[in-house]
Ligand binder design. Structure first.
Ligand code: NAD
Ligand code: DAU
Length: 344
């Protein structure tokens, strides 16, 4: 039986890494990528996949039922949905929350409705540890930690998790939810901490560190996150939540210093700036459930994957420059014109 993975948000950071991983690890699966190509969607992340047989890009918005229907029309055989599409940047949600409500809440409900109508094998909702709020100096988020989102972004992700939960409970919908900590790696939009600091340091620009730089995040290499999602797709239990994380906690300032050291740049580039409003102090994931039930654990340590990531941005200076200048947005027009989707 043919199998199609319908990926939403596959032109973004984690989504494009996931498409690359699928093409390598499950070459016989068809892939349909539904993406609205917001500022965060970049088809240049997928140039190596374009010509691959069994890959279809559908330009569309998860908030529009007709766009989601079009993506399902492009699928063949059993369909599994992996839902990455979202507005993902906390700082943007502080400036303006409505786009987050539309994409993350309304968009998820539209996707759930169409997926239920069409009938899917499985629906994996890619969520975040930010739904749990913030930790003090001790302790970890488990799947049972109460939901207590603090930013507008986190609140909309929490709402989407609850909509997925309700679909499971009310309709017996075959969904699973994953909640991962901070990712880093290739193709991350340079508004997020690690790629922003690499990009600025490379150009000898100032590195803006919020507050005292002592907020802690639990970093995971994006390939490890993608492997965990694949594992959940294939072996996770319906209706369950799986936390994903690498026991890899660092205060922001240490990461910034490591990046400067690796690039041979001076610490005088660091600028402590006004703190993010409502800034969560610490995230740390207890990933023992996915390890115990599904045998997943990270393959990369930070010591291995941070230098790999820095090297990737150095060897892909063109990609970075095109993202920073906005030139990447011309790619769609050149590649797809007015057509809106393309199969190979
Ligand atoms: P991203 O911002 O890099 O990419 C988001 C993608 O979704 C883009 O390609 C964008 O064009 C697309 N998109 C946005 N709104 C859409 C809409 N209405 N319809 C169709 N496509 C739309 O995000 P990311 O960092 O790759 O995160 C992907 C998912 O993983 C998100 O759901 C995020 O909440 C979650 N997550 C991210 C992290 C992280 O560290 N980046 C960690 C845990 C969970
Ligand atoms: O924990 C998972 C979440 O991680 C995901 O759900 C989000 O989609 C993703 O954006 C990320 O959220 P954060 O807010 O933790 O990531 P960000 O890279 O924006 O910030 C990481 C830390 O660095 C945070 O403490 C704020 C700080 N920071 C960030 C930026 C952009 C700075 O000090 N300076 C900066 O310029």
């Amino acid at each position: 039986m043919t199998r199609t993975i319908l990926v939403t948000g596959g032109a973004g950071f984690i989504g494009s890494n996931f498409v690359h991983l699928l093409a390598k690890e499950r070459p016989d699966w068809r892939i349909v990528n539904l993406d609205a190509l917001t500022y965060a969607g970049n088809l240049e992340n997928l140039t190596e996949i374009e010509g691959r047989s069994g890959y279809t890009f559908v330009h569309g918005n998860i908030c529009k039922e007709e766009d989601v229907e079009r993506a399902f029309d492009a699928c063949e055989g059993d369909v599994t949905v992996v839902h990455f599409a979202a507005e993902s940047h906390v700082d943007r949600s502080i400036v303006s929350g409505m786009p987050f409500v539309e994409a993350n809440v309304a968009g998820t409900q539209v996707l759930l409705d169409v997926s239920r109508k069409r009938g899917v094998e499985r629906f994996c909702h890619v969520s975040t540890d930010e739904v749990y709020g913030s930790l003090g100096a001790e302790g970890y988020f488990t799947e049972d930690t109460p939901l207590a989102p603090n930013s507008p972004y986190a609140a909309t992700k929490t709402a989407s998790d609850l909509l997925v939960r309700a679909a499971v409970h009310t309709h017996g919908f075959p969904a699973v939810i994953t909640r991962c900590s901070n990712n880093y790696g290739p193709y991350q939009f340079p508004e997020k901490l690690i790629p922003l600091m690499i990009a600025n340091a490379s150009e000898d620009r100032e590195l803006p560190v919020y507050g005292d730089g002592m907020n802690v995040r639990d970093w995971l290499f994006v390939e490890d996150h993608c492997l965990a999602i694949l594992r959940v797709l294939e072996a996770g239990r319906e209706g369950e939540v799986y936390n994903i994380g690498g026991h890899n906690e660092y205060p922001n300032i240490e990461i910034v210093r490591l990046i400067l050291e690796t690039l041979g740049k001076p610490e005088s580039l660091i600028r402590f700036v006004k703190d993010r409003p409502g800034h969560d102090q610490r995230y740390a994931i207890d990933a023992s459930k996915i390890q115990r039930e599904l045998g997943w654990e990270p393959s990369y340590t930070f010591d291995q994957a941070l230098p790999l990531t820095i090297q990737w941005y150095q060897s892909n200076a063109d990609w970075l420059q095109r993202v920073r200048s906005g030139a990447y947005r011309e790619y769609y027009q050149r590649q797809y014109g007015a057509e809106g989707s393309r199969s190979t």
